[in-house]
Design a protein. Structure first.
Lengths: 123, 151
């Protein structure tokens, strides 16, 4: 249950089946290069539900979107599922909407709704 | 929201074609945009476009790109219907007219999602106009963003 701090990437296992990952800062080529491997390992190593919290992301480029999509696909193949939390971050939510992420990974602005969705049985 | 007219002026920067330079370019864009009186939300749009174009150049620009700096120029002006800020990205990489290229269709499911093609979609969505030309052996991509006092 411990919260693990790794700078731009933190995570906490809320239960055996639910993991929360925080991303922060700039998700540009440099930022993604720093977190891509540990993020993928955290997000797609076990068949669990994963909430990726993007509320602390100040800049999201396509390289960051690719990283998230690839991890979501890997997690899906393992039998897990991912949701994204954007809060009231208009730049990040606008970027996600522009590339149609909502059609493939659920996006939430409300934390409770996101966690409730991931705790509910998969349909 | 109140918006003042941007000051007609242009500012320039040269960077190496290296991802390590992207943040310097972003910082320059934000400072230069603010000094020209461009609203922050319009700078946000332009910054995303700049990062995507630079990433595309480094990924696909080829060997010729590596020997020459990338030149950036930012200018703002008043239009009859509002205001305009445009960023010109000039490079010596492989010619590529991103204004004419079509983004990939949006995926309908996670299985259909493929990496790549997202950057072009973002630039087209976040900019109001893109004009490409080749001038004296350099590619020039002009990305424009327009706004009105209430936009």
């Amino acid at each position: 249950m411990a919260l693990v701090f790794q700078g731009l990437l933190n995570h906490q296992d809320l239960s055996e089946e639910l993991r929360r990952i925080w991303l922060a800062g700039r998700m540009d080529m440099i930022g993604v290069g720093e977190i891509e491997l540990p993020f993928t390992a955290l997000a797609a190593s076990r068949p669990v539900a994963v909430l990726v919290d993007l509320t602390g992301v100040s800049f999201l480029a396509s390289v960051g979107l690719r990283c998230i999509i690839q991890s979501a696909k890997a997690l899906d193949l393992k039998g897990g599922r991912m949701a994204l939390l954007v809060g009231d971050n208009p730049l990040v939510s606008g970027t996600l909407e522009t590339v149609g992420i909502a059609a493939i990974i659920p996006i939430f602005s409300d934390e409770d709704a996101a966690l409730e969705s991931l705790r509910a049985p998969a349909t | 929201m109140t918006t003042i007219a941007p000051r007609p002026c242009s500012l320039c920067l040269e960077i190496d074609p290296d991802p390590q330079e992207f943040r310097r370019a972003s910082a320059w864009l934000r400072t230069a945009g603010a000094s020209l009186g461009v609203p922050e939300e319009q700078i946000d749009r332009l910054e995303l476009c700049l990062n995507e174009v630079l990433a595309n150049l480094v990924e696909h620009g080829g060997d010729a790109l590596e020997c020459h700096p990338i030149q950036l120029e930012l200018a703002a002006s008043a239009l009859p219907s509002g205001f305009d800020v445009h960023l010109v990205v000039s490079d010596r990489g492989e010619p590529f007219d991103s204004g004419q290229a079509s983004p990939k269709p949006l995926p309908g499911s996670l299985e259909e999602a493929r990496p790549g093609g997202l950057g072009l979609r973002l630039v087209k969505a976040f900019s109001d106009d893109m004009v490409y030309r080749v001038l004296e052996g350099r590619n020039e991509l002009r990305i424009s963003i327009n706004w009105t006092p209430r936009s």
